[in-house]
Design a protein around this ligand. Structure first.
Ligand SMILES: [Zn+2]
Length: 147
């Protein structure tokens, strides 16, 4: 097990977005292409149905759909075993990874100073998070994960 100590962002996604789409099926449930009027498998008439997909606003699908511009792709990382709400800055001056038995000491007020520096350096990125997420917080502390 290792531990990350330092700056992390806790970002609360906006409410899950619903996207509707149409698809075409015959009454037997065969899926068909859009141009045909009758099923290619059983010959029955094809009807159009609409469905709703729920899309989670994770960091990665916001990158995919352009909510977060691609230029910000490398600003943070998220180990897969961490909660989707936690983002860790990619710049390792803001945190340290401790392995089993490791020790690290921080100066008093270091966290406050570090958060201030981080907010300055990442201000453009934080503005993007501000509109992409419901809310976010820049925090300093320990994030556990297994490796
Ligand atoms: Zn059919």
């Amino acid at each position: 097990m290792s531990t990350y100590l330092g700056i992390y962002i806790k970002a609360i996604p906006k409410k899950v977005e619903e996207k509707s789409y149409n698809h075409q099926k015959c009454s037997e449930g065969h899926t068909n292409n859009y141009s045909a009027n009758f099923c290619q498998e059983c010959g029955q008439k094809i009807i159009t149905l609409s469905s709703i997909d729920k899309v989670d606003h994770t960091y990665f699908n916001m990158l995919n759909d352009g909510t977060i511009p691609e230029v910000y792709e490398d600003m943070v990382y998220k180990p897969e075993y961490l909660d989707d709400e936690i983002l860790i800055p990619n710049n390792n001056i803001y945190g340290v990874e401790l392995y089993k038995g490791g020790a690290y000491s921080i100066y008093q007020n270091y966290s406050i100073h570090s958060i201030r520096t981080f907010k300055d350096e990442y201000s453009d990125f934080l503005e993007v998070l501000d509109s992409a997420y419901k809310s976010y917080e820049v925090l300093y502390g320990v994030v556990y994960y297994h490796d």
